[in-house]
Design a binder for this molecule. Structure first.
Ligand code: KIV
Length: 276
């Protein structure tokens, strides 16, 4: 772990202990990281969404460990005092636990306080292995973008009783394995609330309703500049339901970030219209 990582984790625990909502935003470079730290975003996520919003691809499947460590270092340089979660990209954690640990430690050495990877089921033992070796882990459940092809596109998960039960079971198993945070993406708000009330780890929602322990948005969505893959016309793109363009309501990027923080903390975001 980085020398001041445990302090940052303690600060985060204080927020949840007092019932304050956690604000998380994706971030990929030092300039935005600096602005986000100044505005007081609780957690910066170096998401593998960078494959889409920076590289112009239509999914996250070509993101590498080199991309992730490069951007994690840049974010850590701009926000040395903020809690940083870095995504483990496709191929960096699924095959064996030793390789997963090595890659997770590479991200931690690059400035992350925690690593995130997608999926429950088989991934539970990987989470246990990393956590038992001192690496804080965030699980990502519900819609998992790295499995977009198996899931048949960008679709809400947990709509049937069986799939809702599977997500709940995965969340419980990940919690028991020692994860420190769970991202829930595109699941019904009622399911996300039940999970939040069941597990110890804080939940961070994206399209998962207001009753998670916190919220995350992709920066480019927050400022309304993401219009789909580089090779497609912006007019063919429709933002997902959970997106709110905070820049439209404000006069600068700083103000948009501040408005996002305020809306998450006072629970006016996400509203029903952003939830499933
Ligand atoms: O990569 C990313 O930006 C993410 C968020 C959508 C949670 O995983």
């Amino acid at each position: 772990m980085q020398p001041n990582s445990s302090n940052k984790i303690n600060n985060l625990s204080k927020l949840t202990a007092f019932g304050e909502k956690i604000t998380m935003l994706t971030c990929y470079d030092a300039s935005f990281a600096k602005v986000m730290e100044l505005e007081g975003v609780d957690v910066l996520l170096v998401g593998d969404s960078l494959g889409m919003v920076l590289q112009g691809a239509d999914n996250t499947l070509n993101v590498s460990m080199h991309h992730m460590t490069y951007h994690t270092k840049s974010v850590a340089a701009g926000a040395p005092n903020t809690f940083i979660v870095a995504d483990m990209p496709v191929g960096s954690y699924e095959h064996d636990n030793e390789a997963a640990l090595k890659n997770a430690q590479w991200l931690i050495k690059s400035g992350a306080s925690m690593v995130k990877f997608e999926g429950g089921g088989d991934r539970v033992e990987t989470a246990r292995y990393l956590a038992s070796h001192g690496v804080p882990v965030c699980a990502h459940l519900g819609f998992t973008p790295q499995s977009v092809n198996q899931l048949g596109g960008y679709k809400i998960q947990g709509k049937t009783e069986a799939s809702a039960q599977k997500i709940m079971n995965d969340a419980k198993a990940m919690d028991e394995a020692g994860v420190s945070m769970v991202v829930l993406e595109m699941v019904p708000a009622t399911l996300a609330e039940q999970i939040t009330n069941t597990i110890k780890a804080p939940t961070i929602g994206i399209g998962a309703g207001v009753n998670c322990s916190g919220q995350v948005l992709v920066l480019q969505d927050l400022i309304g500049i993401y219009t789909g893959p580089a090779d497609k016309a912006p007019s063919d793109f429709k933002s997902p339901r959970f997106v709110r363009n905070f820049l439209k309501e404000t006069n600068s990027i700083q103000e948009a970030i501040a408005a996002y923080i305020k809306a998450v903390k006072d629970q006016s975001f996400p509203a029903e219209e952003h939830s499933y």
